[in-house]
Design a protein around this ligand. Structure first.
Ligand code: PRP
Length: 200
């Protein structure tokens, strides 16, 4: 059942506005189990190697933190920040770097960690950028994959969940910078008619 945002409701989520309803799409328990399995899969592929995690700010932060703990072995991490341009939901494909990595990835086994793969334009930009820097291995882990939105020809090596084309928040993902701290991944709906943000 959607959570109705009223002042009296004890089920209102932190940061929730009155006109917004949230529906849990993937519970934190399912996320935890899936992240554990993804970590096992990654460690099977790189059993004795140091793995250098590259998180794409800001959405990947919670996923990266949990994945890093599940991976075990030698793990380091770094972060990059990029913005893609467009009018809200629609990207023009232009990506701008706000913050580069702190250390070189040359010769390292690099795992790019993303919260969501949508059009794929951000990931495409990052993969071209990182390949030029000559890592030993370059792999991608995404928690959520909106396959039907794909424009760029990219795919992740490790995927948590394939999801429908709905506006999702929580577990790192935001709506106007809110909801990143929700433990579950939720669908946001706006307004009395319950339209999703992407329909609005
Ligand atoms: C999200 C996500 C990816 C990108 C995916 O970041 O973290 O980086 O969008 O979209 P694409 O596949 O269409 O390129 P966002 O720009 O929302 O920034 P944030 O992580 O700081 O919230």
């Amino acid at each position: 059942m959607p959570t109705k945002a009223t002042k009296r409701s004890p089920r209102v989520k932190p940061g929730q506005r009155e006109e917004e309803t949230l529906r849990v799409l993937i519970s934190h328990q399912r996320i935890r189990e899936r992240v554990r399995h993804m970590a096992e899969e990654i460690r099977r592929d790189f059993p004795n190697e140091p793995i250098h995690l590259v998180g794409v700010l800001k959405g990947s932060v919670l996923f990266l933190a949990d994945l890093a703990r599940e991976l075990g072995g030698e793990v380091s991490f770094d972060f990059i920040s990029v913005s893609s341009y467009g009018n809200g939901m629609d990207s023009t494909g232009e990506v701008k770097m706000n913050k580069d990595l702190d250390v070189s990835i040359e010769g390292r086994s690099v795992l790019v960690v993303e919260d969501i793969l949508d059009t794929g334009l951000t990931l495409k930009y990052l993969l071209v950028l990182f390949e030029e820097r000559k890592p030993k291995h370059l792999r991608v882990a995404v928690l959520l994959d909106k396959v039907e939105r794909r424009i760029a020809d990219v795919k992740a090596d490790y995927t948590g969940f394939v999801i429908p084309n709905e506006f999702v928040v929580g577990y790192g993902l935001d709506y106007d910078e809110r909801y990143r701290n929700l433990p579950d991944v939720c669908v946001v709906r706006l307004g009395p008619r319950g339209k999703t943000k992407i329909e609005a």
